[in-house]
Design a protein around this ligand. Structure first.
Ligand code: GDP
Length: 487
């Protein structure tokens, strides 16, 4: 139907099983309530009651400590004093500031990671608004704001924090300038792809005891670090209660936290209503090319075709001779199905090739294939408002498809499939310009991958393979023997 609802049996559960509060005005953020679930299939995954109650308590805490409160004012004063928090109590309001960096997929994965860490450690999460975050997402917590006020005392320095900063946790460990008798009012956490072993000590139990006493944490991260939180015994017990279905962590967190603004939602629904809603079946294909000279490559196109045909996601096209037969017998066969393919890529050539292929020849099944690509931006332009809005709209659109093929190592793809509750077919990253064989692998979990996890365990476990510690955290399918992912 035109309103995008193609599953008339779905329960009208606008609060997603209690995940969302009823406290918001609907029109200010259409994606949050009914509009969003009209476009989604009924969810097979329900949030645990424990998660729901934890979110409600978090919302109250955020209201008490958030921007504009006396607690917030008092807390920001701590930043200017050089007090030692080893013996001093931090009080009720502790904070973690998220710095926006890297592409939008990275940002979304890290917002979820930092928010979960805040839930676990009872910190308030505040987000750097100097980039375009408020053009992308609605406020997630009722009666308060998650935006870091622009007059935050360390505002001017946020962009320059790196491993060399004297208050960087890993650097302080190297310099032995932090221990249980000397705790600063703020710490910078560097959890990026280039983190050192010392930066990654953040995930260890003993280090968390120290870090817990610090009033302000400022984190720059571009990785989905949630799998490593599960390896910390103190968090693990709580995490199992919050997420009895382990592969639903990002799925629930993203649906709770990230609601596209009306402008982005308009882009999602216009595309959906025009190109996807009438199809009998939808397939998303996300093509990310990481090689130095990016663009259109024959071997990547071959890989997409090999994967979608081998896995029977798309019908084959008939050969020249068969074409005639198919056309003549088509009248007698059953009603053809309409398959809509949503392609997203910086480059338009992949979908153009696919579109031509299905126009020039009939399919061997008689089914009709319609190909659509919303944008083809050619180059990444992170922090340009409309560019980022398009990227977000496309991730959401992909998440609404029935099946999805995504590119290895791409956080853009991870967000799309995890948000949709979809186990993707992951296209292996080509090596030396060759189509990988097999071209893709079906993921056994819908969770995103932590691409650069610690290669060591904590304390006594040093040197241990972190994919072997618990059965539900393993290497990622797309990286073969690397990365960490929840199953
Ligand atoms: P990753 O680099 O694949 O892990 O994903 P990121 O989202 O972190 O960074 C890539 C950025 O490039 C995106 O945020 C977009 O700005 C842009 N981009 C890459 N692929 C696409 C695409 O398919 N569609 C759109 N609109 N933008 C894309």
């Amino acid at each position: 139907t035109i309103n995008g609802s193609k599953d008339s049996e779905k329960p009208r559960d606008k609060l997603l099983g209690g995940l969302l509060t009823d406290d918001f005005d609907e029109d200010s953020c259409l994606s949050r309530y009914h509009k969003s679930f009209l476009y989604r299939k009924a969810s097979p995954y329900k949030p645990s009651e424990y998660l729901v109650s934890k979110l409600r308590s978090y919302e109250m805490l955020h209201k008490r400590c958030g921007p504009g409160t006396n607690a917030y004012k008092k807390a920001t004063k701590k930043l200017n004093q050089d007090e030692n928090y080893a013996k001093k109590s931090v009080g009720e309001c502790k904070y973690i500031v998220w710095i926006a960096s890297y592409g939008l997929g990275n940002r979304i994965l890290t917002l979820a990671s930092v928010f979960l860490y805040a839930l676990l450690t009872e910190r308030i999460v505040l987000v750097d608004q100097s980039k375009d975050i408020s053009d992308l997402f609605c406020e997630p917590f009722p009666g308060t704001s998650w935006l870091l006020p622009l007059d935050f005392p360390l505002m001017s320095q946020l962009d320059s924090y790196n491993k060399n900063y004297s208050r960087c946790y890993g650097t302080m460990l190297i310099n032995q300038s932090i221990n249980s008798t000397s705790i600063p009012p703020h710490l910078y956490l560097h959890i990026l792809h280039d983190s050192r072993d010392q930066d990654k000590m953040f995930f260890c139990g003993k280090d968390q005891t120290l870090i817990n006493k610090v009033p302000w944490l400022i984190v720059q991260t571009n990785v989905y670090f949630i799998p490593s939180l599960w390896l910390n015994p103190t968090f693990q017990t709580e995490l199992i209660k919050l997420f009895p279905q382990k592969e639903t962590v990002f799925y629930h967190l993203a649906r709770y936290l990230l609601h596209p603004t009306n402008q982005v939602w308009g882009m999602v629904t216009r595309s959906y209503d025009a190109y996807l809603s009438r199809a009998d079946e939808t397939l998303g294909i996300q093509v990310r090319v990481f090689s130095r000279r990016a663009g259109y490559f024959e071997h990547v196109m071959d890989q997409i075709l090999a994967c979608t045909q081998r896995e029977k996601l798309l019908p084959q096209v008939a050969s020249q001779e068969e074409s005639q037969v198919v056309i003549t017998t088509n009248n007698t066969s059953k009603t053809p199905k309409l398959k809509a393919v949503l392609v997203t890529s910086l480059y338009p050539e992949y979908s153009d090739t696919l579109k031509n292929m299905y126009w020039e020849r009939p399919t061997s099944t008689g089914d009709i294939v319609q190909v659509y690509q919303p944008s083809g931006e050619r180059v990444q332009q992170t922090d340009k408002k409309l560019h980022d809005q398009k990227a977000l709209a496309e991730m959401y659109l992909l998440s609404l498809t029935d099946n999805i093929v995504t590119s290895a190592r791409s956080t853009f793809g991870y967000v799309a499939h995890s948000l949709g509750g979809l186990k993707p077919w992951l296209l292996y990253q080509p090596v030396r310009g060759r189509t990988p064989d097999p071209p893709c692998v079906k993921a056994i979990s819908m969770e995103p991958c932590f691409l650069t996890p610690p290669s060591h365990g904590c304390e006594a476990q040093k040197g241990i393979n972190s994919a072997k510690i618990v059965p539900f955290v393993r290497h990622c399918e797309d990286l073969r023997h690397d990365g960490l992912k929840l199953f």
